[in-house]
Ligand binder design. Structure first.
Ligand code: RB5
Length: 145
């Protein structure tokens, strides 16, 4: 189960991603926004981030205009490692090496075709563990201190 959210800058792309998840029969919960009307992205990032950090969802997807505001805000939630990715290589490797639990991208940066490939690359990758586990633990130590 995936938690998904967007602000007005990412609303249309979120809808396209939802359609793709439905086609792949991947369950999701939509945390809004539900129209193109302006909203504050940190509110959505906090809701999705907290739900993912609590373990209610296997991961999250957040879309704003650039993907950057969402990733900055989500990374403020304890336990969240969010990455803003506009290409499939980064999306795959941020799961494999950083064990990120939220994927972000920008509705004003990439189109639906690429966003869907980015989502698939992320969802179909797995954390490699090993030497990367130690490094991810080092990141989390920064958060805990
Ligand atoms: C909203 O205009 C825009 O600032 C937001 O979608 C996002 O790009 C922030 O990082």
């Amino acid at each position: 189960m995936i938690a998904i959210g967007a602000d007005h800058g990412g609303f249309e792309l979120k809808e396209a991603v939802k359609k793709h998840l439905e086609e792949r029969k991947i369950e999701y919960k939509d945390f809004g926004t539900y129209s193109g009307e302006a909203v504050d992205y940190p509110v959505i990032a906090k809701s999705v981030g907290e739900a993912v950090a609590k373990g209610e969802f296997e991961c999250g997807i957040l879309v704003c205009g650039t993907g950057i505001g969402m990733s900055i805000a989500a990374n403020k939630v304890k336990g969240i490692r969010a990455a803003c990715c506009s290409d499939t290589f980064s999306a795959r490797f941020t799961k494999m090496h950083n064990n990120t639990n939220i994927l972000c991208f920008g509705g004003r940066v990439i189109g639906a075709g690429l966003a869907i490939d980015v989502v698939d690359a992320y969802l179909d990758a797995s954390f490699e563990g090993g030497r990367h586990e130690k490094r991810v633990n080092m990141i989390m130590e920064i958060e805990n201190n």
